[in-house]
Design a binder for this molecule. Structure first.
Ligand SMILES: C[S@@+](CC[C@H](N)C(=O)[O-])C[C@H]1O[C@@H](n2cnc3c(N)ncnc32)[C@H](O)[C@@H]1O
Length: 499
């Protein structure tokens, strides 16, 4: 990809106009292809997709070229790109025009109103694989969905790849810097920024924070090359550092670049070791950072499963070499006493206080829609819990049940009527936590209307025959803390309607 044939902003506008005129949008493509989401397209059946794009429309041609990645007839492609000349697109590195056939040189995907160029995974099977620029993958979507979307001044995307996180941040930032070590990625991200008319995104080449020395940000997002392996084959996957050191290094540098009150999200893989609690191991990473920290673990895989999954995913050049790769990866893990890897999101918020909290727990099973607001709410609720560490303070608080809570009840018939087997609470949007509770707590929760202090609700339970108030108080408080932490209960202040 090069800019040589795209010198003027009008060139980018003309290209964008071609895609707009063809209705090359998320919605239209999903409708034509009959699929649920475009990033998951790679697993689809090519003959089926070709059948669904056989009307010869410009949209069909662009989908075949840039998403299904099959060679197309030159005349059809020229028709789709009118009035642009194919030579200009070839010079820009978007297509290869060869006799009567045209092939895409990159993938071009619409994503939430943006048009994004990135490399085809086929590049991983070529000599140029090291510089492969990743597209919109599962990790991309996870980070994008969990990012706090508050209005920001300056934002930073570290390891920008095709630029997607930077462009999403650009929607709520005055200016965004996008850094990548891979010159090809910087090129691709710059091209994409211009294609989407995002003049307030600047793309810089360099190692981690090195190109932004001396600058401060309200938001930092990073999906770094976190894969834990003995390899240094692909810039997008391998950091060249031991085990999980790339994430540790980013964590240690964040405070120098994050404004007070600013958030930093780091998508991360970390190692687990026999006999060591992952929460305690990670706690050490944040000592002295001056940040409140929330580590949300999404999954843990034993070392062998982790190695096998990544080797199958990326080491495609010689599938028969699986055993050799696997042996090398497992030897590396054994040498470092690594038993498993966990994946998750680290969120750091730089704080002005002298005392910082650390929370490390499992992600909810479901995330329903954008989760940025739930992340902010999670930080606010943890701030509140820090102020009521003593049970007496917690019991003096008034709570109200979150409007996002709903209850699911499974009951069995008996002679006395329906008897509850399970009562389960769910949060219905964002970080959609869920969990079972007993009927006592279900009754307490529904009575949380912001009027009565928690101690009055506890006293009601304690009135039941055979209940010892002193005994249940600590357990009751512990359950309430868990419900607050996950956003089922919200502390209520009649002046502010919330904490
Ligand atoms: C997993 S990809 C993430 C791409 C994109 N941000 C996303 O969310 O899909 C990691 C990116 O980090 C870049 N990278 C690797 N090492 C780096 C380093 N030391 N400094 C800056 N960027 C780096 C890679 O080139 C790649 O584009």
């Amino acid at each position: 990809m090069s800019f040589s044939s795209f010198q003027h902003p009008d060139d980018f506008k003309r290209l964008r106009d071609v895609f707009e005129a063809a209705r090359y949008t998320d919605a239209a493509i999903l409708e034509v292809l009959g699929i649920k989401d475009i990033p998951s397209l790679r697993g689809e059946d090519v003959p089926l997709l070709l059948r669904r794009t056989n009307q010869g429309t410009p949209l069909d041609t662009l989908i075949r070229l840039f998403l299904i990645e099959v060679p197309c007839d030159r005349k059809e492609v020229q028709r789709a790109f009118q009035p642009m000349m194919l030579e200009k697109l070839a010079e820009a590195g978007l297509i290869h025009a060869d006799g009567t056939r045209v092939k895409a040189a990159v993938k071009l995907m619409p994503f939430h109103g943006l048009l994004i160029a990135f490399d085809s995974t086929r590049m991983l099977q070529t000599e140029r694989k090291k510089d492969y620029v990743m597209g919109i993958g599962r990790s991309t979507l996870t980070l994008a969905n969990l990012t706090v979307r508050r209005q920001a001044g300056m934002s930073l995307d570290l390891g920008t790849g095709c630029g997607i996180q930077a462009f999403l941040a650009a929607r709520h930032s005055s200016r965004v810097l996008a850094v990548d070590k891979n010159p090809r990625a910087v090129h691709m991200a710059s091209f994409n920024a211009r294609l989407n008319g995002l003049s307030h995104v600047a793309c810089l080449e360099g190692d981690l924070f090195e190109p932004v020395q001396g600058r401060m940000f309200d938001l930092i997002v990073t999906n770094p090359p976190f894969v834990i392996s003995p390899e240094m084959k692909y810039i997008y996957r391998d950091s060249g550092m031991e085990a999980d050191q790339v994430c540790q290094k980013i964590v240690s540098q964040v405070p120098q670049f994050l404004n007070k009150g600013g958030y930093c999200h780091i998508l991360c893989n970390w190692t687990e070791h026999a006999g060591q609690d992952w929460r305690e191991r990670l706690r050490g990473w944040f000592q002295g950072t001056g940040c409140d920290v929330w580590v949300m673990r999404s999954e843990t895989r034993d070392a062998a499963t982790y190695a096998a999954t990544w080797i199958r995913h990326t080491e495609k050049e010689a599938p028969e070499d699986f055993d050799r790769h696997f042996e090398k990866w497992m030897t590396y893990y054994d040498q470092q006493d690594i038993t498993a890897m966990s994946a998750g999101l680290i969120t750091m918020r730089r704080s002005a206080k002298g005392k910082y909290w650390y929370r490390a727990d499992d992600a909810p099973e479901k995330m329903l829609g954008p989760c940025g607001d739930s992340m902010v709410r999670g930080f606010e609720l943890q701030d509140f819990l820090e102020t009521v560490r003593e049970d007496s303070l917690l019991l003096n608080t008034r709570f109200r049940v979150s409007p996002d809570v709903c209850m699911e009840r499974i009951a069995k018939p008996s002679v006395a009527g329906w008897v509850d087997e399970t009562i389960r609470l769910h949060i219905s949007r964002g970080l959609a936590y869920s969990g079972n509770i007993d009927s006592y707590m279900a009754n307490v929760i529904v009575k949380c209307d912001g009027q009565r202090q928690l101690k009055d609700l506890l006293a009601e339970i304690a009135n039941a025959p055979g209940v010892d108030l002193e005994k249940i108080r600590p357990i009751f408080c512990q359950v309430i803390r868990g419900l607050v932490e996950r956003g089922f209960l919200l502390p209520f202040d009649s002046n502010t309607d919330f904490i």
